[in-house]
Design a protein around this ligand. Structure first.
Ligand code: TMP
Ligand code: ASP
Length: 245
């Protein structure tokens, strides 16, 4: 029996090998970082909560025909996933203006976008994950033209499915970040995680701009009650999932 080997430690997760070379084990940490790790902390219980939320959302997407890396959740903070070659891209989908979109364009926070915006960022900590143009992305050969269109289409489909689901949870899906990987036969599948770390989620029934925040912005912006917000998202996700079965 081969001993699990730590393959990679990221800011929020650790990846281990398993006995099967095509399967990896992801351990979800309570560690939280923001602004390219300039701010560091912990969100107690986050590992378990994010692993549980990501499990439910990957299941929902798989059921809707979106291929993901998810295989199983053998323990509260652990996920078995297909081993893929992660594309060095952060695919961000926005429904409502917030965060860097507002900072960089002057759009007011909360402005509903006429159509969802799909953006590509270069996943490169040293460069601070810069926003890419289509031509820069192709210049750097981060994806082919065909892959780029596939990523855009999948991101839009995922947005439709998740927006509807979160609406049923009483949550507005403001924006989110996705990562994709390539399987050995060059299929693009959804990877990484989808959780309050990687989404902006606003409580539908709350109008206060800080009070409505149910995601990592509570940590980024020192809004307090971070753990409660993450727990609340999980509870609503589980309740909505249950009501649909
Ligand atoms: P932004 O407004 O800061 O560009 O973030 C857009 C979305 O992407 C937001 O839901 C948070 C998520 N995100 C990540 O998951 N990781 C990151 O490193 C960044 C910058 C954003
Ligand atoms: N920028 C990421 C975030 O704010 C985390 C980090 O880069 O440290 O979600």
């Amino acid at each position: 029996m081969s001993v699990p080997e730590k393959l990679y430690e990221g800011k929020a997760k650790i990846l281990y090998t398993t006995e099967n070379p095509s399967i990896l084990l992801t351990h979800f940490k309570d560690d939280a970082t923001a602004f390219n790790a300039q701010k560091k902390g912990q969100i107690i219980g986050k590992g378990e909560i994010n692993c549980a939320i990501a499990t439910e959302l990957f299941g929902l997407l798989e059921a809707a025909g979106i291929p993901t890396h998810f295989i199983d959740r053998p323990a509260p903070k652990e996920m078995l996933v297909k081993s893929v070659k992660i594309l060095p891209l952060e695919v961000v989908v926005r429904n409502i203006a917030a965060g860097s979109l507002c900072q960089q364009t002057g759009l007011p926070v909360g402005k509903v976008l006429k159509t969802p915006l799909v953006e590509f960022y270069f996943k490169n900590d040293e460069l601070g994950d810069p926003l890419l143009t289509r031509d820069r992305l192709l210049l750097l050969e981060l994806a082919t033209t065909e892959q780029l269109e596939q990523l855009r289409t999948q991101a839009q489909q995922i947005n439709q499915i998740l927006t509807k689901f979160f609406q049923e949870c009483g949550i507005i899906l403001v924006d989110f970040k996705l990562e994709f990987g390539l399987t050995p036969n060059q299929q693009i599948i959804l990877a990484d995680e989808i959780s309050p770390d990687t989404c902006r989620l606003w409580n539908q029934s709350e109008t206060d701009p800080d009070g409505r925040v149910m995601d990592k912005d509570r940590f980024r912006r020192d809004l307090g009650n971070v753990e409660d917000a993450y727990k609340q998202v999980l509870e609503r996700v589980m309740a909505t999932k249950k009501s649909q079965n």
